[in-house]
Design a protein around this ligand. Structure first.
Ligand code: ZN
Length: 159
């Protein structure tokens, strides 16, 4: 178990230091295919803009910009990496499972369904960091609920 934990920690460190898909989508909001939402976690100071480009029911591309702690950065990076190319319906299932893992006291992490995202289950042991790990996912939730051409700001302290 400690080997697994170490592997998990190195995954978070790697993504925290070398985030994937950290870039702006400049056509956001114009064509309607790309949506973006801003998110802010005042408890830690994490701040992001999440960009999602859909093609039909496939999410073709995801990226983010922002700054914050290593857990926030790793969570945003892995979200974009793991979800790219998946169907919206599949992404909704992963999203629900991920938020459940981190916010539901009784939820048992299911690594089968979450793949390497299950590493963030360990964040639950540090309650003050849970919102760092959920912020990009809350932003994604808003985008999937999506109102075209409207930007909504996610603030972890208002829900
Ligand atoms: Zn943070």
């Amino acid at each position: 178990m400690s080997d697994l934990r170490a592997l998990y920690q190195s995954l978070i460190l790697d993504h925290g230091k070398n985030p994937r898909n950290k870039r702006v989508m400049h056509d956001c909001g114009d064509a309607g295919q790309c949506r973006c939402t801003e998110g802010f976690n005042p408890l830690c100071g994490d701040k992001l803009t999440l960009y999602v480009r859909a093609n039909g029911d496939i999410i073709e591309d995801l990226s983010f910009e922002g700054h914050g702690c290593a857990i926030f950065t790793a969570s945003s990076s892995m979200l974009t990496e793991v979800l790219k190319g998946r169907k919206v319906s599949e992404i909704r299932r992963i999203l629900d499972k991920y938020l459940d893992m981190l916010t539901n006291e009784k939820a048992i992490p299911d690594p089968e369904g979450l793949g390497k995202l299950a590493v963030f289950g360990g964040v639950k042991d540090f309650p003050t960091r849970v919102k760092c790990a959920t912020l990009p996912w809350r932003a994604l939730e808003v985008i999937l609920e999506g109102v075209d051409g409207q930007q909504e700001i996610v603030n972890t302290e208002t829900d």
